[in-house]
Design a protein around this ligand. Structure first.
Ligand code: F6P
Length: 333
Protein backbone atom coordinates (compact mmCIF):
# COMPACT_ATOMS: atom_id res chain seq x y z
CA UNK A 1 0.00 0.00 0.00
CA UNK A 2 1.53 3.30 -1.10
CA UNK A 3 0.57 6.33 0.99
CA UNK A 4 3.27 8.83 0.06
CA UNK A 5 5.46 9.23 -3.03
CA UNK A 6 8.45 11.41 -3.81
CA UNK A 7 9.04 12.78 -7.30
CA UNK A 8 12.37 14.00 -8.66
CA UNK A 9 14.01 15.13 -11.90
CA UNK A 10 17.64 14.30 -12.50
CA UNK A 11 20.35 14.68 -15.16
CA UNK A 12 19.92 17.07 -18.09
CA UNK A 13 16.58 18.90 -17.95
CA UNK A 14 14.16 18.40 -20.84
CA UNK A 15 11.10 20.37 -21.98
CA UNK A 16 7.98 18.57 -20.77
CA UNK A 17 9.42 17.52 -17.40
CA UNK A 18 7.12 20.06 -15.73
CA UNK A 19 4.10 18.59 -17.49
CA UNK A 20 5.13 15.18 -16.12
CA UNK A 21 5.60 16.53 -12.57
CA UNK A 22 2.15 18.15 -12.76
CA UNK A 23 0.53 14.86 -13.77
CA UNK A 24 2.40 12.83 -11.13
CA UNK A 25 1.24 15.22 -8.39
CA UNK A 26 -2.37 15.51 -9.52
CA UNK A 27 -2.77 11.82 -10.26
CA UNK A 28 -1.30 10.94 -6.87
CA UNK A 29 -3.92 13.16 -5.22
CA UNK A 30 -6.60 11.56 -7.42
CA UNK A 31 -5.55 8.12 -6.07
CA UNK A 32 -5.41 9.37 -2.45
CA UNK A 33 -1.58 9.31 -2.35
CA UNK A 34 0.42 12.20 -0.83
CA UNK A 35 2.92 13.70 -3.32
CA UNK A 36 6.27 15.03 -2.08
CA UNK A 37 8.87 16.97 -4.06
CA UNK A 38 12.48 15.82 -3.91
CA UNK A 39 14.48 18.83 -5.07
CA UNK A 40 17.76 18.64 -7.06
CA UNK A 41 17.53 14.95 -7.89
CA UNK A 42 19.60 12.44 -5.90
CA UNK A 43 21.71 15.29 -4.55
CA UNK A 44 18.64 16.72 -2.79
CA UNK A 45 17.50 13.26 -1.72
CA UNK A 46 20.72 12.77 0.23
CA UNK A 47 20.38 16.22 1.79
CA UNK A 48 16.73 15.70 2.69
CA UNK A 49 15.41 18.44 0.38
CA UNK A 50 11.97 16.85 0.54
CA UNK A 51 8.72 18.84 0.85
CA UNK A 52 5.00 18.19 0.45
CA UNK A 53 3.31 19.26 -2.78
CA UNK A 54 -0.28 20.13 -3.52
CA UNK A 55 -2.36 20.45 -6.63
CA UNK A 56 -1.68 24.21 -6.53
CA UNK A 57 2.10 23.78 -6.35
CA UNK A 58 1.99 22.53 -9.96
CA UNK A 59 -0.35 25.24 -11.27
CA UNK A 60 0.84 27.17 -14.31
CA UNK A 61 3.83 24.97 -15.10
CA UNK A 62 2.57 22.79 -17.97
CA UNK A 63 3.83 25.27 -20.58
CA UNK A 64 7.23 25.89 -18.98
CA UNK A 65 10.53 24.34 -20.05
CA UNK A 66 13.11 23.23 -17.47
CA UNK A 67 12.04 21.62 -14.21
CA UNK A 68 10.51 23.30 -11.15
CA UNK A 69 12.08 20.53 -9.05
CA UNK A 70 15.58 21.57 -10.27
CA UNK A 71 18.12 19.04 -11.46
CA UNK A 72 21.63 18.04 -10.49
CA UNK A 73 24.23 15.37 -11.18
CA UNK A 74 25.18 13.80 -7.82
CA UNK A 75 28.66 12.39 -7.22
CA UNK A 76 27.84 11.21 -3.68
CA UNK A 77 24.92 9.09 -4.87
CA UNK A 78 27.51 7.06 -6.82
CA UNK A 79 28.91 5.83 -3.49
CA UNK A 80 27.26 3.22 -1.19
CA UNK A 81 27.46 5.73 1.71
CA UNK A 82 25.62 8.36 -0.33
CA UNK A 83 22.91 5.90 -1.30
CA UNK A 84 22.52 4.75 2.32
CA UNK A 85 21.99 8.38 3.37
CA UNK A 86 19.41 8.81 0.59
CA UNK A 87 17.47 5.77 1.81
CA UNK A 88 17.63 7.08 5.39
CA UNK A 89 16.10 10.39 4.26
CA UNK A 90 13.33 8.63 2.36
CA UNK A 91 12.49 6.57 5.46
CA UNK A 92 12.61 9.66 7.69
CA UNK A 93 10.09 11.38 5.41
CA UNK A 94 7.96 8.19 5.18
CA UNK A 95 8.27 8.11 1.38
CA UNK A 96 6.97 4.72 0.14
CA UNK A 97 7.97 5.10 -3.51
CA UNK A 98 9.96 7.40 -5.78
CA UNK A 99 9.07 8.55 -9.29
CA UNK A 100 12.27 9.32 -11.22
CA UNK A 101 11.99 11.55 -14.30
CA UNK A 102 15.23 11.56 -16.30
CA UNK A 103 17.53 9.73 -18.66
CA UNK A 104 19.93 6.80 -18.54
CA UNK A 105 22.02 7.95 -15.54
CA UNK A 106 18.91 8.81 -13.53
CA UNK A 107 17.44 5.38 -14.24
CA UNK A 108 20.65 3.64 -13.17
CA UNK A 109 20.32 5.56 -9.90
CA UNK A 110 16.71 4.40 -9.58
CA UNK A 111 17.82 0.81 -10.06
CA UNK A 112 20.26 1.22 -7.17
CA UNK A 113 17.38 2.40 -4.96
CA UNK A 114 15.33 -0.57 -6.13
CA UNK A 115 18.14 -2.89 -4.97
CA UNK A 116 17.96 -1.21 -1.56
CA UNK A 117 14.26 -2.04 -1.29
CA UNK A 118 12.79 1.32 -2.34
CA UNK A 119 9.82 1.18 -4.71
CA UNK A 120 10.63 3.12 -7.86
CA UNK A 121 9.24 3.90 -11.27
CA UNK A 122 11.02 5.68 -14.14
CA UNK A 123 9.60 8.19 -16.63
CA UNK A 124 12.01 8.76 -19.56
CA UNK A 125 12.87 12.43 -20.01
CA UNK A 126 15.93 13.36 -22.09
CA UNK A 127 16.38 15.36 -25.27
CA UNK A 128 18.89 12.70 -26.40
CA UNK A 129 16.05 10.18 -26.85
CA UNK A 130 18.51 7.41 -26.04
CA UNK A 131 16.43 5.24 -23.69
CA UNK A 132 15.62 1.82 -25.16
CA UNK A 133 12.09 0.31 -25.36
CA UNK A 134 10.26 3.64 -25.58
CA UNK A 135 10.07 5.18 -29.06
CA UNK A 136 10.32 8.70 -27.66
CA UNK A 137 11.50 10.38 -24.46
CA UNK A 138 10.02 13.56 -23.01
CA UNK A 139 11.85 16.60 -24.41
CA UNK A 140 13.08 15.14 -27.68
CA UNK A 141 10.26 16.54 -29.81
CA UNK A 142 10.74 20.07 -28.49
CA UNK A 143 14.53 19.90 -28.82
CA UNK A 144 14.40 18.63 -32.38
CA UNK A 145 11.94 21.38 -33.32
CA UNK A 146 14.28 23.98 -31.77
CA UNK A 147 17.15 22.52 -33.80
CA UNK A 148 15.02 22.53 -36.95
CA UNK A 149 14.10 26.17 -36.43
CA UNK A 150 17.82 26.97 -36.30
CA UNK A 151 18.50 24.92 -39.46
CA UNK A 152 15.77 26.87 -41.29
CA UNK A 153 17.26 30.20 -40.25
CA UNK A 154 20.80 29.18 -41.07
CA UNK A 155 19.65 27.96 -44.48
CA UNK A 156 18.47 31.50 -45.29
CA UNK A 157 21.92 32.94 -44.76
CA UNK A 158 23.64 29.87 -46.30
CA UNK A 159 21.62 30.47 -49.45
CA UNK A 160 22.30 34.24 -49.54
CA UNK A 161 26.05 33.80 -49.18
CA UNK A 162 26.35 30.50 -51.06
CA UNK A 163 28.25 28.86 -48.23
CA UNK A 164 28.56 25.51 -46.51
CA UNK A 165 27.19 25.55 -42.93
CA UNK A 166 28.11 22.97 -40.32
CA UNK A 167 25.54 22.82 -37.51
CA UNK A 168 26.37 20.91 -34.33
CA UNK A 169 23.52 19.65 -32.16
CA UNK A 170 23.45 17.82 -28.82
CA UNK A 171 23.76 14.06 -28.44
CA UNK A 172 26.84 12.76 -26.70
CA UNK A 173 26.08 9.16 -27.63
CA UNK A 174 23.01 9.68 -29.74
CA UNK A 175 22.34 10.92 -33.27
CA UNK A 176 18.59 11.40 -32.87
CA UNK A 177 18.49 15.21 -32.89
CA UNK A 178 20.99 15.42 -35.77
CA UNK A 179 19.18 12.78 -37.83
CA UNK A 180 15.63 14.05 -37.36
CA UNK A 181 16.44 17.76 -37.74
CA UNK A 182 18.80 16.92 -40.63
CA UNK A 183 16.20 14.92 -42.54
CA UNK A 184 13.42 17.44 -41.79
CA UNK A 185 15.70 20.39 -42.60
CA UNK A 186 17.05 18.99 -45.88
CA UNK A 187 20.68 18.55 -44.78
CA UNK A 188 23.23 17.44 -47.38
CA UNK A 189 25.13 15.28 -44.88
CA UNK A 190 24.33 14.00 -41.38
CA UNK A 191 27.18 12.87 -39.14
CA UNK A 192 26.13 10.82 -36.09
CA UNK A 193 27.84 8.54 -33.55
CA UNK A 194 25.93 5.48 -34.76
CA UNK A 195 27.37 5.56 -38.31
CA UNK A 196 31.11 5.89 -39.09
CA UNK A 197 31.89 8.49 -41.75
CA UNK A 198 34.78 9.76 -43.86
CA UNK A 199 35.21 13.45 -44.43
CA UNK A 200 36.71 13.02 -47.90
CA UNK A 201 33.44 11.30 -48.90
CA UNK A 202 31.44 14.16 -47.40
CA UNK A 203 33.51 16.58 -49.51
CA UNK A 204 32.95 14.53 -52.66
CA UNK A 205 29.19 14.66 -52.00
CA UNK A 206 29.30 18.43 -51.64
CA UNK A 207 31.27 18.76 -54.88
CA UNK A 208 28.81 16.52 -56.73
CA UNK A 209 25.90 18.57 -55.37
CA UNK A 210 27.66 21.75 -56.46
CA UNK A 211 28.16 20.33 -59.96
CA UNK A 212 24.38 19.72 -60.09
CA UNK A 213 23.72 23.39 -59.36
CA UNK A 214 23.41 23.43 -55.56
CA UNK A 215 24.80 26.71 -54.29
CA UNK A 216 24.80 26.08 -50.54
CA UNK A 217 24.88 23.12 -48.17
CA UNK A 218 24.01 22.16 -44.62
CA UNK A 219 25.96 19.51 -42.71
CA UNK A 220 24.37 18.33 -39.44
CA UNK A 221 26.79 16.98 -36.83
CA UNK A 222 25.90 15.35 -33.51
CA UNK A 223 28.26 16.40 -30.71
CA UNK A 224 29.17 12.74 -30.19
CA UNK A 225 29.93 12.00 -33.84
CA UNK A 226 33.21 10.16 -33.50
CA UNK A 227 35.28 12.13 -36.01
CA UNK A 228 37.26 10.95 -38.97
CA UNK A 229 40.67 9.68 -37.76
CA UNK A 230 42.15 10.38 -41.23
CA UNK A 231 41.23 14.05 -41.00
CA UNK A 232 43.11 14.78 -37.79
CA UNK A 233 41.58 16.61 -34.87
CA UNK A 234 42.89 18.45 -31.85
CA UNK A 235 41.64 16.95 -28.57
CA UNK A 236 39.94 20.29 -27.77
CA UNK A 237 38.07 20.44 -31.09
CA UNK A 238 34.38 19.68 -31.25
CA UNK A 239 33.50 17.46 -34.23
CA UNK A 240 31.98 20.46 -36.04
CA UNK A 241 35.28 22.37 -35.88
CA UNK A 242 37.03 19.41 -37.45
CA UNK A 243 34.37 19.09 -40.14
CA UNK A 244 34.28 22.81 -40.97
CA UNK A 245 38.08 23.11 -41.18
CA UNK A 246 38.44 19.98 -43.29
CA UNK A 247 35.65 20.90 -45.72
CA UNK A 248 36.91 24.44 -46.26
CA UNK A 249 40.46 23.25 -46.83
CA UNK A 250 39.59 20.34 -49.09
CA UNK A 251 36.86 21.92 -51.25
CA UNK A 252 37.70 25.62 -51.05
CA UNK A 253 34.02 26.37 -50.31
CA UNK A 254 33.44 29.15 -47.81
CA UNK A 255 32.38 27.35 -44.64
CA UNK A 256 30.86 28.49 -41.33
CA UNK A 257 29.88 26.57 -38.22
CA UNK A 258 27.33 26.97 -35.42
CA UNK A 259 27.09 25.00 -32.19
CA UNK A 260 23.49 25.15 -30.96
CA UNK A 261 24.30 23.99 -27.39
CA UNK A 262 21.92 24.37 -24.47
CA UNK A 263 19.38 26.39 -26.43
CA UNK A 264 18.11 22.90 -27.37
CA UNK A 265 17.28 22.06 -23.76
CA UNK A 266 15.04 25.06 -23.06
CA UNK A 267 11.76 26.48 -24.27
CA UNK A 268 8.07 25.71 -24.01
CA UNK A 269 7.35 22.03 -24.64
CA UNK A 270 5.57 21.14 -27.88
CA UNK A 271 2.11 19.60 -27.84
CA UNK A 272 3.68 16.16 -28.43
CA UNK A 273 5.93 16.51 -25.39
CA UNK A 274 3.09 17.73 -23.16
CA UNK A 275 0.86 14.86 -24.23
CA UNK A 276 3.62 12.28 -23.89
CA UNK A 277 4.62 13.61 -20.46
CA UNK A 278 1.04 13.63 -19.20
CA UNK A 279 0.23 10.15 -20.50
CA UNK A 280 3.48 8.57 -19.26
CA UNK A 281 3.20 10.15 -15.81
CA UNK A 282 -0.41 9.04 -15.46
CA UNK A 283 0.53 5.46 -16.31
CA UNK A 284 3.48 5.56 -13.90
CA UNK A 285 1.10 6.54 -11.09
CA UNK A 286 -1.42 3.87 -12.10
CA UNK A 287 1.33 1.25 -11.80
CA UNK A 288 2.44 2.48 -8.38
CA UNK A 289 -1.17 2.59 -7.22
CA UNK A 290 -1.44 -1.08 -8.21
CA UNK A 291 1.71 -1.79 -6.19
CA UNK A 292 3.88 -2.37 -9.28
CA UNK A 293 7.48 -1.23 -8.95
CA UNK A 294 10.94 -1.50 -10.56
CA UNK A 295 9.52 -0.40 -13.91
CA UNK A 296 9.90 2.20 -16.60
CA UNK A 297 6.99 3.57 -18.62
CA UNK A 298 7.26 4.50 -22.29
CA UNK A 299 5.47 4.75 -25.59
CA UNK A 300 5.88 2.07 -28.23
CA UNK A 301 3.80 1.90 -31.41
CA UNK A 302 1.62 4.76 -30.12
CA UNK A 303 0.67 2.86 -26.97
CA UNK A 304 1.73 3.59 -23.41
CA UNK A 305 3.47 0.55 -21.95
CA UNK A 306 5.87 -0.46 -19.19
CA UNK A 307 8.98 -2.63 -18.93
CA UNK A 308 11.11 -3.86 -16.05
CA UNK A 309 13.70 -1.15 -15.56
CA UNK A 310 16.66 -3.56 -15.42
CA UNK A 311 15.55 -5.09 -18.74
CA UNK A 312 15.11 -1.67 -20.39
CA UNK A 313 18.53 -0.48 -19.25
CA UNK A 314 20.20 -3.60 -20.61
CA UNK A 315 18.83 -2.94 -24.13
CA UNK A 316 20.49 -0.73 -26.70
CA UNK A 317 18.37 1.96 -28.31
CA UNK A 318 18.25 1.32 -32.04
CA UNK A 319 18.24 4.37 -34.25
CA UNK A 320 16.08 3.77 -37.33
CA UNK A 321 18.65 3.79 -40.13
CA UNK A 322 15.91 4.12 -42.75
CA UNK A 323 15.83 7.81 -41.83
CA UNK A 324 19.55 7.99 -42.52
CA UNK A 325 19.30 6.27 -45.90
CA UNK A 326 16.36 8.45 -46.93
CA UNK A 327 18.27 11.63 -46.04
CA UNK A 328 21.22 10.39 -48.13
CA UNK A 329 19.07 9.62 -51.16
CA UNK A 330 17.31 12.99 -51.01
CA UNK A 331 20.62 14.82 -50.68
CA UNK A 332 22.27 13.03 -53.59
CA UNK A 333 19.67 13.72 -56.33
O1 F6P B 1 21.79 14.36 -21.73
C1 F6P B 1 21.36 15.50 -22.38
C2 F6P B 1 22.50 16.39 -22.78
O2 F6P B 1 21.91 17.58 -23.23
C3 F6P B 1 23.47 15.84 -23.83
O3 F6P B 1 22.98 15.88 -25.13
C4 F6P B 1 24.67 16.72 -23.62
O4 F6P B 1 25.83 16.08 -24.06
C5 F6P B 1 24.68 16.88 -22.12
O5 F6P B 1 23.34 16.73 -21.69
C6 F6P B 1 25.21 18.21 -21.65
O6 F6P B 1 25.24 18.19 -20.26
P1 F6P B 1 25.54 19.45 -19.34
O7 F6P B 1 24.31 20.29 -19.30
O8 F6P B 1 25.83 18.85 -18.01
O9 F6P B 1 26.67 20.18 -19.97
Amino acid sequence: MIRRIGVLTSGGDAPGMNAAIRTVVRTAIHFGIEPYAIYRGYHGMIRGEIEPMSSRSVSGIIQRGGTVLKSARSQSFMTPEGRAKAVEQLKEHAIDAVVVIGGDGSFRGALELDKLGIKIIGIPGTIDNDIACTDYCIGFDTAVNTALDAVNKIRDTASSHERVYVIEVMGRHSGYIALYSGLAGGADAILIPEVPYRLDEVCTKLEEANAKGKTHSIIMVAEGAAGDPEAGRLPSDSPSVQVANYVQEKTGYETRMTILGHIQRGGAPTVNDRLLASRLAYHAMELLHQGKTGKMVGEADHKIKSWNLDYALAQEKQLDLEYYHLANILASI
